[in-house]
Design a protein around this ligand. Structure first.
Ligand code: XCC
Ligand code: SF4
Length: 625
């Protein structure tokens, strides 16, 4: 028992997680940490990226005795191809989510749905005008039809470049042109990556990776950016508001529903349904005091940013949330949903419901969400949850902690408003060294780390150094639980950041949204660069994903680097079998795009490395001796 106690303390830094891990042991429930132990040690060929399964002359794995695959491919080519396909998976994930947003918007524009509408008309008109759609004196829905078509065009291959290319600082665009990495279309770049990495195509590791940059740029500046902008248009542009985080947001006496996944198209409707008086009445008849909706992962971020609904947890909390025994139903769309949730749910009374045909889980109930029936389906899901409540065993319920308050909702629009309408105060603060720079800490959890330890400590260290921190994705919940997402957190910041954030009444760590919302950070970086008249690569900025796990996180890191933002990762992707690929990622890219990756598992050392880089960039701008 004592030994396990220690083990559990090493698994997560949080009390709510530890208590649920102990409960999992008592209840005989297996979690990701147990399965990681079963999978350790990992296959060395896989971990270093030197196993090729691209054709059936293989599979081939590279060793001293066998340095070439059957076709003659060497280790650099094999690693580059594997990594290229890894990045393609991430780009496809975000960008297909973006496409789903366009389909929803298209359906609204064409009057094919009553369940969705244009909520931020001003933003829609602004973006339509930005992309060259005629807006003067036209009917709103006509503009929307044209804008939907504009966005759809970004996915094809008929155009020379993606639509938002105008947002990229000119110096940078020129550089991309010279390198041949201006992104053309989202689907085109992803398809081309699959083509290039077919046997017998791109057999030059550097060339494959350059295309990887282009593909990831298409994800960041198009697929993800479209997802963000359209979600704002359909559901409202986030503005600062309060919310709460951790497992304490679950309510022992209410019907608890969790939304998990990424796309607000589903979760926004569930939120509407839980506020339906008829359904609340039904819940009361079933013996509950009400219906409680909480989020997980990125769709949780989306709802928290716009509507202030509470966040139950991040990636590694998803199984643990069910282990509270208090969750009636978990409704998911896609991405980052562990298949194990079905089994964990079966250990309690928790029903899992899938909504997207492209993400079905054996053992879950499928309630297909379509544009025309979103509201009806959402009500159905909520009714299912209420029925489940009568099956709950209250003796098995344990809600481990009290919730923690946070502040959320920092879209660029909101940030600009907080700054009084222009970036000048922020730029002045950067010039004066009060805010020495900014770092986006983004991404996931990974059971290979002590859960959230690196996410939280990196954020803490950076704000101490007067570096503003922006968070998205699963780092949000980590920062929130650590008390960093409230204005009072300025007490933990360095004197300059404390002064600036204190006078604006904002936290030193700002929540900017979900994973696709990293596009907000790109846009902010571009706005700053344009305002100062430099390229993004010249700015004192960095990005970090300390505990990343997913293909999407690697894609985000790659578009950050390709956009000129120095990017820290806690551990490398599966590329270390090739020194050529590794050296390019960790250094060579700096000469090409003005930024590269850096790997450092220790958050304190990582903070120092990032700090050095920011100092270097400040010197480059003449801001520091
Ligand atoms: Fe997934 Fe977006 Fe990672 Fe969290 S942070 S584990 S990718 S939910 Ni993007
Ligand atoms: Fe082996 Fe070449 Fe086929 Fe890869 S593409 S499996 S290295 S023969």
């Amino acid at each position: 028992m004592k030994k396990n106690e220690k083990k559990i303390e090493e698994m997560s830094m949080w009390e709510d997680a530890r208590k649920m891990l102990r409960k999992a042991e008592r209840d005989g429930v297996e979690t990701a940490w147990d399965r990681l132990a079963q999978q350790t040690p990992h296959c060395n060929f896989g971990e270093t990226g030197i196993c090729c399964r691209i054709c059936t002359m293989g599979p081939c794995r590279i060793s001293k005795k066998a340095p070439l695959g059957v076709c003659g491919a060497g280790v650099d080519v094999i690693v580059a191809r594997n990594f290229g396909r890894f990045l393609a998976g991430g780009a496809a994930g975000h960008s297909d989510h973006g496409r789903d947003c366009i389909e929803a918007f298209h359906a609204v524009a064409h009057g094919e749905t009553q369940d969705y509408r244009i909520k931020d008309e001003a933003k829609m008109l602004r973006i339509a005008a930005e992309l060259g759609v005629d807006v003067e004196g036209r009917d709103l829905l006509d503009v929307a039809k044209d804008l939907a078509d504009e966005f759809f065009e970004d996915f094809g291959s008929r155009r020379g470049t993606i639509g938002f290319i105008g947002r990229v600082p000119e110096k940078q665009r020129e550089n991309w042109k010279n390198l041949g990495i201006v992104p053309r279309g989202v689907d085109r770049e992803i398809t081309e990556m699959m083509h290039r990495t077919h046997m017998g195509c791109d057999n030059d590791a550097g060339n494959t990776l350059l295309h990887g940059l282009r593909m990831c740029l298409a994800d960041g500046w198009s697929g993800s950016m479209i997802a963000t902008e359209l979600s704002d248009i359909l559901f409202g542009t986030p503005s600062p508001r309060k919310a709460q985080v951790n497992l304490g947001v679950l309510k022992a006496d209410q019907v608890n529903i969790l939304v998990h996944g990424h796309n607000p198209i589903v979760s926004e409707k569930i939120l509407e349904a839980v506020n339906d008086p008829e359904l609340i009445d039904m819940a009361k008849k079933a013996g509950a005091s009400g219906i409680n909706l909480a989020g997980l992962c990125c769709t949780g971020n989306e709802l928290m940013m716009r509507q202030g609904i509470p966040m139950a947890g991040n990636h590694l909390m998803t199984e643990l949330a069910i282990i509270t025994g208090a969750v009636e139903l978990i409704v998911v769309d896609y991405q980052c949903i562990m298949p194990s949730l079905v089994q964990v749910g079966n250990c309690y009374h928790t029903k899992m419901v899938t909504t997207a045909d492209k993400a079905r889980f054996t053992g879950a109930d499928h309630v297909r969400f379509e544009m025309h029936n979103g509201m009806e389906q959402a009500r159905k899901v909520v009714r299912m949850a209420i029925e489940r409540y009568t099956m709950r065993n209250q003796d098995r319920v344990e809600i481990p902690v009290e919730p923690v308050d946070i502040m959320t909702g920092f879209s660029n629009e909101a940030l600009l408003e907080a700054l009084g309408g222009s970036l000048t105060p922020l730029i002045d603060a950067i010039k004066a060294g009060k805010v020495r720079g900014a770092v986006g800490i983004v991404g996931c959890n990974n059971p290979k780390y002590k859960h959230d330890y690196c996410n939280v400590n990196l954020a803490r260290e950076l704000i101490k150094k007067d570096i503003l921190v922006l968070v998205t994705g699963c780092v949000t919940t980590a920062a929130g639980k650590a008390g960093l997402l409230v204005p009072e957190a300025i007490e933990q910041a360095g004197p300059g950041l404390k002064e600036v954030c204190g006078s604006l009444g904002i936290p030193p760590v700002l929540h900017m949204g979900s994973c696709v919302d990293n596009a907000r950070i790109l846009q902010l970086a571009a706005l700053l660069a344009n305002e100062i008249g430099v390229s993004i690569a010249d700015l004192p900025l960095a990005a970090s994903s300390p505990e990343w796990y997913s293909e999407k996180a690697a894609t985000i890191g790659t578009y950050a680097v390709a956009s000129g933002i120095y990017t820290h990762l806690g551990h490398p992707p599966n590329i270390t079998g090739s020194s050529a690929v590794t050296e390019l990622a960790l250094g060579g890219l700096d000469e090409l795009v003005g930024a590269c990756f850096v790997i450092e598992p220790d958050p304190f050392k990582a903070a120092d490395l990032i700090d050095e880089r920011i100092t270097m960039k400040r010197r480059g701008l003449g801001l520091e001796e």
